[in-house]
Write a protein that binds this ligand. Structure first.
Ligand SMILES: Cc1ncc(COP(=O)(O)O)c(C=O)c1O
Length: 465
């Protein structure tokens, strides 16, 4: 029987599989030699592989183009990036370099746009979709973007009262969107999402407050199914309902021209991950097309605001196993040189899985392993590689000269925004060094240190010492 870690993985999964490969017992990610990377930059390490961001934007375009071609859909698709997934300048610059539009969610987001504008990095006709509940600072930011000349700013009403503010805007015309509140899945604590406007009052709201308005033009309807785009009765039901509402309003509102499908396209979160992206997008586009044809209504321009799908697979975290602790016959802990609780907060807060693989020692035997972080928190651990399965890692001994390194992959969305980038973290465990990896014109990797590992001085400053 083969007892090497590499045998376990290749017998359990379809492996090697993109973007992973193993050479001489060591892991490569998008052809990046991870061990070399660790030797150069140290551990722990966060990395962002920039080319994947543009590739995912192009992939979303290709999915919609193919679906639209198949059913003769006449209106365009506009890919937008949801900035809250990762606000970093390197992410937005990459998205904009691929002509992505943007979806914002807060006041500071508008400052990012103005900054990008000052640096000449964003075209004035970029669609800027302003989602979320609006504070006075957020309203002011929206007005400022319009004043400097952005022609496609679309504030999306989260509630009816927002409209009054746009009526006071210093502009001849304000193009708005409306978010339609979705019904939640049955296991949720509430029935209707707090985001958006309930369908019950939507038609009357349009009829009596917006129709024929001298300044306000309704351009977009938007919905977002929180559980994501998935082949489930719940998702299809929500899609059908929202498309029907779009058509009802479109029949009254000639200026309405866009349907924004939100985010929620899943990403590879285990080696077993299978998702037929083309099938899902084909179905979505088909449903919209068929309803519109049946009701003799012009098809909408389709928008998406994918976050995880665009940036999630660009990220990885690499840790060193500092030592092992065997606590009983069945439980061996691998203690890593950082914390999972604040470096990968979705892992404990949402029980989200990330792909976890060793970086070296793939030719060692393997054992069941629980990964423990450096904090004193009981929740600072990882013990599953895919739903319901234990995690395994190569065996290590205290005599090993070379430590074992492990990586968590496809961690590029939400982790920094949830844990706070460079702030004060649990047990004062520092944020790891963060490096950016790109490719130059000759296809060679280029590396940049985006942030050094946090220093004690920096953390103590934040704490007032
Ligand atoms: C309104 C809205 N749009 C888009 C997204 C992006 O979702 P995802 O990262 O799943 O694509 C979110 C995420 O919370 C959202 O709230």
């Amino acid at each position: 029987m083969n007892r090497k870690f590499i045998d376990l993985i290749s017998q359990t999964y379809d492996f090697p599989q993109a973007p992973f490969e193993v050479n001489n017992g060591e892991l490569f990610f998008h052809d990046i030699d991870l061990k070399k990377l660790i030797h150069r930059f140290g551990s722990p390490l966060k990395l962002t592989y920039l080319p994947i961001i543009g590739e995912q934007i192009e992939k979303s375009r290709e999915l919609f183009r193919s679906a639209m071609d198949k059913c003769g859909y006449k209106q365009p698709y506009q890919a937008s990036y949801c900035t809250k997934s990762a606000h970093f300048s390197h992410v937005l610059e990459e998205a904009l370099a691929h002509d992505s539009h943007l979806e914002l969610s807060s006041a500071f987001d508008t400052d990012i746009i103005l900054k990008l504008h000052k640096k000449g990095q964003i075209a004035l006709d970029t669609y800027i979709i302003c989602n979320g509940y609006k504070t006075s600072e957020y309203f002011a930011g929206i007005q400022r973007m319009m004043r400097v000349g952005f022609t496609n700013v679309i504030p999306v009403l989260d509630c009816m009262t927002e409209l009054k503010v746009y009526e006071t805007f210093d502009a001849d015309q304000v193009n708005i969107g409306i978010r339609m509140a979705t019904e939640e899945e049955s296991q949720f604590d509430f029935y209707t999402s707090r985001f958006g406007i309930r369908k019950a009052g939507l038609l009357d709201f349009y009829r009596y407050r917006i129709h024929g308005h001298p300044k306000i033009k309704l351009k977009m309807l938007h919905f977002f199914v929180y559980t994501g785009i998935q082949d489930s009765a719940y998702y299809w039901n929500e899609l059908h309902k929202n498309v029907k509402t779009y058509i009802e309003i479109k029949q009254l509102c000639p200026s309405l021209e866009a349907l924004n499908l939100g985010g929620g396209l899943p990403i590879q979160n285990s080696l077993e991950f299978e998702f037929d992206y083309q099938y899902m997008i084909d179905e979505i586009v088909n449903i919209i097309k068929n309803y519109c044809t049946e009701m003799n209504v012009a098809e909408p321009t389709l928008f998406s605001e994918f976050g995880s799908f665009i940036v999630g697979e660009s990220g990885a975290c690499v840790f060193k196993v500092m030592g092992t602790k065997r606590q009983n016959d069945r439980e061996t802990w691998y203690i890593v040189d950082n914390t999972l609780i604040s470096t990968l907060p979705d892992m404990w807060s949402k029980k989200q899985n990330f792909i976890m693989l060793p970086i070296n020692k793939w030719n060692n035997e393997y054992q069941k392993a629980i990964i423990g972080g450096l904090t004193c928190d009981n929740d600072d651990f990882y013990s599953f590689s895919s739903e319901g399965m234990d995690s395994f890692l190569p065996t290590v001994t205290n005599e090993d000269v070379e430590p074992l390194y492990i990586g968590f992959f496809h961690t590029g969305a939400y982790q920094e925004t949830l844990s706070g980038f460079g702030g004060v973290h649990h047990c004062l465990i520092p944020s790891p060094k963060h490096i950016l990896i790109d490719k130059n014109e000759d296809g060679e990797f280029v590396y940049e240190v985006f942030a050094q590992e946090q220093k004690a001085k920096n953390v103590l400053n934040l704490l007032g010492y």
